[in-house]
Design a protein around this ligand. Structure first.
Ligand code: T5A
Length: 209
């Protein structure tokens, strides 16, 4: 889908360093003269933020089914894409997404092992042919990412999954990144300065295209 604005997405496991990368991307894109609108998923509208609370919450002895989790992610995404992302892109603004559809492919498809055909059906219903123009996947080893995430506060329901879940999620992320010509992989097992330089250089290259 062609729009005057561009949709840039940042992806990665918990603790990959998405928050500081978002600041660098935002500054660089604005310096190039574009208006930037930031979004996060799940979330970014009043209803989608409420879904975010539901999905991150622990429901004690009520098991959150993998199907319910998947449907909630797509419900939040439908709200965000139709109410915020597309209108902004159509106005010529650039939208910077902290997570988008690749998260569902990786976490629910890889981590939760939901069948690809089920996720693809939901993606087609929700997004039709809408895709990110450029994705930066910040790659981190799950053990290190979780250590960093623990350092910044209490872990939520998904973050409390076992290491195997995050290893499957990372494996799927790497596969998806390899298959997507509009995705760049950034190694975050290096210093923060090194990550920042790689992020800045990737977005500058995209801006020059
Ligand atoms: N989810 C989401 C799904 O399952 N399916 C979906 O479809 C979607 C959209 C969202 C959760 O929902 C799941 C995935 C998530 O579990 P979230 O809060 O939006 O949750 O995302 P998180 O990934 O949990 O956010 P984090 O804050 O943990 O990750 P960040 O933003 O990547 O990490 P950041 O930047 O806050 O860094 C964490 C700490 O690490 C340090 C930072 O200073 C910070 O303290 N750090 C480094 N330290 C050393 N070296 C580096 N290179 C470092 N980079 C960062």
């Amino acid at each position: 889908m062609q729009t005057p604005g561009k949709f840039i997405v940042i992806e990665g496991l918990e603790g990959a360093g998405k928050s500081s990368a978002v600041t660098i991307l935002s500054d660089t894109i604005q310096s190039a003269g574009h208006t930037v609108v930031n979004t996060r998923e799940p979330g970014g509208t009043a209803m989608a933020e409420a879904i975010r609370d539901v999905v991150k919450h622990d429901w004690k002895d009520e098991k959150v089914t993998v199907e319910a989790e998947l449907l909630l992610m797509y419900a939040a995404r439908a709200q965000l894409v139709q109410n915020v992302i597309l209108p902004n892109l159509q106005q010529g603004n650039w939208v910077l997404g902290d997570r988008h559809d690749m998260s569902s492919q990786a976490y629910q498809g890889g981590g939760r092992q939901i069948e690809q055909s089920m996720i693809e059906s939901l993606r087609n219903i929700t997004l039709k042919n809408f895709r990110a123009d450029f994705t930066l996947y910040l790659d981190v080893e799950p053990k290190e990412g979780l250590k960093r995430a623990k350092g910044r506060g209490e872990l939520d329901r998904i973050e409390l999954e076992d290491l195997g879940f995050f290893e499957r999620t990372r494996e799927r992320y790497l596969l998806l990144a390899q298959q997507d010509p509009n995705c760049v992989v950034i190694d975050t097992m290096q210093s923060m300065q090194g990550v920042h330089d790689d992020v800045a250089s990737a977005i500058k290259q995209f801006l020059e295209c």
